[in-house]
Ligand binder design. Structure first.
Ligand code: ASP
Length: 596
């Protein structure tokens, strides 16, 4: 097809270009006809340019203009002219000019669109995903995809400057479940054998350390066959990193420097030079979660001592049974009234995390405790006011239960208060490190200990003698990076000693024969001079989502699956031909239902 190729993009013409003859290629964003004059907003990735077809244009051009519909792809030739003063649009980068068309060519037509290509589109998610090619034309999506590109590029720049090598590892490898279910790929050549898609390149990056590549990174795709829930994707991308001869603090420092560089470069945002560090216990004890949003404070505080001085037997009983009481102070606000109804909504948030109730008392205008459970605190009112520094208009919210439940439920109240009271600065990026995690968690369902992160993390040295006798108290050299209340990375210093690695496997209910069969290749590599090493893996999707101010990772992935793990655009997963199954030596147990 012969057509006029663009000489400029739709985002660049300025008043200084007036008089130039230009060609633009793009999509019809809007097409309006004002009393015989056509105004076309022509869009491409770079912006929008207004095209005018006046009544003096040739009949052919006028007819073509009249036949245009949304999202037709066209070529326009014309002269740049200044807009009349009254039509200047300061909001638009090209708002001072327009192009008077002398020729118009339709490059391709477009069926009636299921939604307008616009950020404000209220199309349902599945419609957006089915027509993802159209959805991706919106400036919002284009901006976010660019942000993602800039983010990854800045990462590559920084790490390359710091002597890291980017090394690819296979996506077909041995199944070594890391905690989630593996995606399996049947082998055609070896009936009954399978490859797995990596849950992360964990073991391979450790083996690269054995090979002497002491600074490694990879923008790695990871696959986990987990049930669709929340904002998860079956595949996601992480910045996978590993380093040899490093301590925990070296890893934390390089990440602080990396994100300082990247945020400055990509968003012109100065992150803190060093990120706050909280132990896992302090994070949970003070903020109720191990991924606290530190854009606001609202700490949870211990209230046992005052509860014991009160006449409230419910609280006292909980404490004598080994539980605790904590308080959170809701600040004075004009945004919500601390009515019964509102307190009930806070209580509901607490109950999701198993709190039996949410006790409360307000400070009235005279500065006295009022309402709720205040009658039980009459004799210790001064002490309560002093301890909490509660002022008129403020409210105290309390939960009594076992420690975990108190923290989790008041943590949820904290998050809800911050949202409702608009305590969150949307322009802030608050990083923090969570360190000193428990190494093991007891899995009640399976009845044995499991690695809280993964089995390759180093226990802190003071616990080496008590690993087997008291796994629950062992802290590991693990760290998570948290940004605005999301866990955005986790990592650890690794075990590089075969015997210690086997002890961890055994505690996690993996006997030597099984660990040899599953992880033999790692253990084998560890026989050949493994260096001490450690690493981390920040999630790219999540970080870009936060940087873009979004709440779903789908907004920063070009072709995501929907919440049911289906891709409405290509209809995957889908059935395959019998011949394909035969080649792979597979028989499907249930009769496949017919595809719709
Ligand atoms: N492989 C780990 C993960 O994907 C990250 C790490 O420990 O480096 O969570």
């Amino acid at each position: 097809m012969e057509y006029k190729q663009r000489t400029v993009t739709c985002g660049e013409l300025q008043i200084s270009d007036v008089g130039r003859k230009v060609v633009l290629n793009g999509w019809v964003h809007r097409n309006r006809n004002h009393g015989g004059i056509h105004f076309i907003n022509l869009r491409d990735r770079y912006g929008i340019t207004q095209i005018v077809i006046s009544d003096t244009a040739s009949e052919e051009v006028q007819n073509t203009a009249a036949s245009l519909h949304a999202e037709y792809c066209i070529a326009v030739e014309g002269i740049v002219q200044a807009r009349p003063d009254s039509m200047v649009n300061q909001e638009m980068a090209t708002g001072e000019i327009e192009v008077e068309a002398s020729s118009l060519q339709i490059l391709s037509t477009c069926e009636p669109v299921p939604f307008m290509v616009d950020e404000e589109s209220d199309a349902k998610e599945d419609t957006r995903l089915r027509y993802r090619f159209l959805d991706l034309r919106s400036f919002g999506m284009q901006k976010r995809i660019k942000l993602r590109h800039d983010f990854v590029r800045a990462i590559r720049e920084f790490l390359s400057q710091r002597d890291f090598y980017e090394i690819e590892t296979p996506t077909l490898l041995k199944s070594t479940p890391e905690g989630a279910r593996d995606f399996l790929v049947p082998s055609r050549l070896y009936p009954g054998k399978f490859y797995a898609l990596p849950q992360s390149p964990q073991l391979l990056k450790q083996i690269l350390m054995v090979s002497g590549f002491d600074k490694y990174f990879q923008i790695a795709r990871c696959y986990r066959d987990e049930d669709a829930r929340g904002d998860r994707q079956l595949e996601f991308t992480q910045l996978d990193m590993e380093m040899s001869f490093v301590s925990r603090d070296d890893v934390l420092l390089i990440i602080e420097q990396l994100f300082h560089y990247v945020f400055k470069k990509v968003m012109n945002y100065e992150t803190e030079e060093h990120f706050t560090r909280l132990s896992w216990y302090d994070a949970v004890n003070t903020y109720g979660v191990d991924k606290p949003d530190l854009r606001y404070d609202l700490p949870l505080r211990d209230f046992n001592e005052l509860a014991l001085l009160s006449t409230f037997s419910t609280f006292k009983d909980v404490i004598s049974n080994g539980g605790c009481v904590k308080v959170i102070k809701a600040p004075k606000t004009d945004l919500v009234a601390y009515s019964r109804k509102y307190i009930t909504s806070l209580e509901e948030a607490a109950k999701v995390y198993k709190a039996k109730g949410l006790a409360w008392m307000k400070v009235n205008d005279e500065g006295h405790l009022d309402g709720g459970v205040s009658k039980f605190f009459k004799d210790v009112e001064d002490k309560v006011l002093q301890y909490t520094d509660a002022q008129p208009g403020e409210m105290l919210l309390l939960v009594a239960d076992e420690w975990k439940t108190v923290c989790a439920s008041l943590g949820a109240v904290r998050i809800k208060l911050a949202k409702d009271l608009q305590l969150i600065d949307p322009d802030k990026f608050a990083f923090c490190w969570i360190i000193d995690f428990p190494l093991f968690e007891f899995n009640e369902e399976r009845g044995h200990w499991e690695a809280a992160h993964h089995m390759f993390s180093m226990p802190q040295s003071q616990y080496l003698d008590t690993l087997e006798s008291d796994p629950g108290s062992v802290k590991g050299d693990l760290y998570d990076l948290v940004l605005n209340g999301y866990e955005v990375a986790s990592g650890s210093i690794r075990i590089h000693d075969i015997e210690l690695q086997k002890r961890i496997f055994r505690i996690c209910n993996i006997p030597d024969e099984v660990s040899q069969q599953r992880f033999g290749f790692l253990l084998n590599a560890f026989k050949y001079g493994p260096p001490p090493h450690g690493g981390i893996a920040p999630g790219i999707d999540r970080m870009v989502m936060i940087m873009a101010g979004e709440t779903s990772i789908k907004e920063v992935i070009a072709f995501p699956k929907n919440t049911a793990a289906v891709s409405p655009m290509d209809d995957s997963p889908s059935y395959v031909d019998k011949e394909q199954l035969d080649e792979l030596h597979l028989i499907i147990k249930e009769e496949p239902k017919k595809d719709k």
